[in-house]
Design a protein. Structure first.
Length: 217
């Protein structure tokens, strides 16, 4: 007896739930995306943090697209391609991290003239996008999903649902992060210890860059 179409669709709910949970754990784990969003939220504005998160979400769309097309498998098997992505990502994190560590901005000036020093929407968006799309660990994460969790027999609509959940999770999570780190109490603490926080976040980005550069296949 042929199963009812309803039950056939229901069999993919555990798969969708598994991917959603794995993605949520990956999203909330402190990494380059998180650090970049926190840095821009604290140093500039809530808007900057949110647009950084939107850039991260677009980067996720790039990873999802090439993994679904099978290119992720090629990247994972090519030492040259993987290494190019790895060192580009590491270099970008180095650049942003060192820039943050050398930043000599005054907390008083930021507090009084915040609108004048805020990043543009496009620059914030671009920083989030490049941080995510040049992260080889994101490539490996999504490749593992498509290789071990999602098979070639998984219907397209299920992959689209999963992709939507992944992108929506990033948008919501990084928006929450931006809102939290732009609360007045958090901001006052940042302005008081701005130089040290900038150095800490910059050092963390440099450390993440080193970790990315040393990533093995």
């Amino acid at each position: 007896m042929t199963p009812h179409p309803y039950y056939k669709h229901m069999e993919y709910l555990p798969l969708i739930g598994t991917v959603a949970m794995l993605n949520l754990l990956g999203a909330v784990s402190p990494g380059p995306d998180f650090v970049m969003t926190v840095k821009n939220s604290l140093r500039y504005s809530r808007r900057s943090g949110i647009f950084t998160g939107l850039g991260v979400a677009l980067g996720l769309c790039v990873h999802l697209t090439y993994c679904a097309a099978g290119i992720g498998y090629i990247i994972s098997k090519s030492i040259i391609v993987f290494s190019i992505i790895k060192f580009l990502g590491a270099g970008y994190l180095f650049y942003i991290g060192i820039s943050s560590m050398l930043d000599k901005g005054s907390a008083l000036e930021i507090a009084e003239e915040k609108d004048n020093v805020d990043l543009t929407r496009m620059k914030s968006f671009r920083m989030g996008f490049l941080t995510n799309v040049l992260n080889p660990k994101a490539t490996l994460f999504f490749l593992s999903l498509f290789t071990f969790v999602i098979s070639h027999t998984t219907p397209l609509y299920v992959i689209l649902i999963i992709s939507f959940i992944i992108v929506a999770t990033a948008v919501v999570w990084f928006s929450v992060v931006s809102i939290f780190f732009t609360q007045q109490k958090v901001q006052r603490a940042f302005f008081r210890f701005e130089k040290y926080i900038n150095r800490f976040l910059g050092g963390l980005l440099v450390a993440l860059g080193i970790k990315v550069a040393l990533t093995l296949k």
